[in-house]
Design a binder for this molecule. Structure first.
Ligand code: ZN
Length: 421
């Protein structure tokens, strides 16, 4: 079931490629590794209050219902909540948002998949129903769905669902997509259904959105590395975000660089930010597509999480990713065998995602940092930026060289060579 959903979402993603967002809106990330569960949530905030409120309500309701289902008394790392998003606007006016939830807990025999859609008209300041967008022939849709899912369709459920006013849907310039949850119109084995209706009788006027041309060319920067100075590699996971640029500027100020382990689902919306990261001598690594726990995935889903991210980065930034940091730091010997990339973990954990206090994070980091260490931070919290304002000047004072993961490897190699000569 998961497989089908993922393949479908990739197809949808690929067909979406030509409709790039022009403005960088903010994508919120909630990444937590708690005692009994793992949470990876991403959702857009559009800056439109009415829409953002609805999005946040859905996210927090889902998170609450997940927490209610986790047995407190049993310590199992097996519960996982993942929410991913798709967001595009049509004609600079119609905002389309899809939130896809995957939830598995100790109590659930099968994971829950759930789709939520929002279509919002920014000009009229209202949420739209399918009937606001187009004249739809529901009996044709019914016929075709019965044909497509003849082995699993439940006809009376299909009929009552199609009668509902709030059918889940989104639209593009030339088609409308209807969404159905597992068990909504079929037996669960069909997973989430995404059914595309070709262009027919749009009631609204759609002006073609311009596509942004990619003119960025990545050029590696040659830097002088010292093998005698104490050196650390600084790494940031879970971004990019609205804080990433500020972090790059801080690094620049202290002549430092870092490796950013990024999520594929954020790349297109933070293209300019990522160009800025690269232009300033930093490095990008892969941290999966949407932060699912990799050890749980089938070989095919795993491949998708990793390769889709590499592919989007190559297409968007013309950059080849070499390094992978597994989500939640979860790695098994079996997983290692399946991944054909350099896996990078860490040996200083600043716990910035948990401490969320600049002073405390800085204290933890500066206590644990030693020559040759790799430091884990996350560029999605303001408090991490605060901490860097303390950490970077202090490291400079102590004579440290702050570099990327690949540079640290290079330095280690040079140090070994000079020892052997
Ligand atoms: Zn992470």
């Amino acid at each position: 079931m998961k497989k089908i959903t993922f393949i479908l979402s990739i197809l949808l993603f690929l067909t979406m490629g030509c409709q790039k967002q022009k403005n960088e809106f903010s994508i919120e990330g909630i990444i937590e590794k708690n005692e009994n569960d793992m949470i990876g949530i991403h959702y857009p905030l559009t800056g439109i209050k009415k829409l953002d409120q609805q999005i946040e309500t859905y996210i927090f309701d889902t998170k609450n219902s997940f927490h209610k289902q986790i047995p407190k008394e049993i310590s199992l790392h097996d519960s996982e909540l993942n929410i991913d998003y798709e967001y595009w606007t049509i004609g600079n006016r119609y905002h389309n948002i899809v939130l896809t939830t995957f939830m598995t807990t100790f109590h659930l025999a099968h994971p829950i998949h759930d789709i939520k859609t929002f279509v919002y008209d920014e000009l009229e300041k209202k949420f739209l129903n399918l009937t606001d967008i187009a004249n739809i022939n529901k009996s044709n849709i019914k016929k075709e769905l019965i044909h497509l899912y003849k082995d699993s369709i439940i006809i009376n459920q299909l009929e009552s669902t199609l009668e509902q006013e709030n059918l889940k849907f989104t639209f593009k310039e030339n088609n409308i997509t209807l969404y159905f949850n597992p068990y909504e119109i079929t037996a669960g084995s069909s997973g989430i259904i995404k059914y595309q209706i070709p262009y027919e009788n749009f009631k609204i006027e759609i002006k073609n959105t311009e596509t942004a041309k990619n003119t960025f060319q990545y050029h590696p920067i040659n830097k002088k590395l010292s093998i005698t100075k104490p050196t650390i590699a600084l790494t940031f996971d879970d971004g990019p975000s609205k804080y990433t640029k500020e972090i790059v500027n801080l690094l620049k100020e202290y002549n430092a660089n870092a490796t950013f382990f990024i999520l594929g689902n954020k790349v297109e919306n933070y293209q300019e930010t990522l160009e800025f990261v690269l232009k300033n001598g930093n490095e990008l690594g892969n941290h999966s597509y949407n932060h699912k726990q990799l050890t749980r995935l089938s070989t095919k889903d795993l491949k998708n999480q990793i390769e889709l991210t590499n592919k989007i980065v190559k297409q968007t930034l013309n950059y080849d990713i070499q390094l992978l940091r597994p989500t939640y730091g979860s790695i098994t010997p079996q997983l290692r065998k399946k991944i054909n990339m350099d896996i990078v973990l860490w040996n200083v954990d600043t716990k910035d995602w948990k401490l969320k206090n600049g002073q405390k994070i800085a204290k933890k980091a500066l206590t644990d940092i030693e020559d040759g260490k790799t430091v884990l931070m996350h560029d999605i919290y303001k408090t991490t930026v605060d901490a860097l304002k303390i950490i970077l000047p202090e490291l400079k004072k102590q004579g440290y060289q702050v570099v990327t993961v690949s540079e640290l490897k290079e330095i280690e190699k040079l140090r070994n060579e000079s020892k052997n000569n």
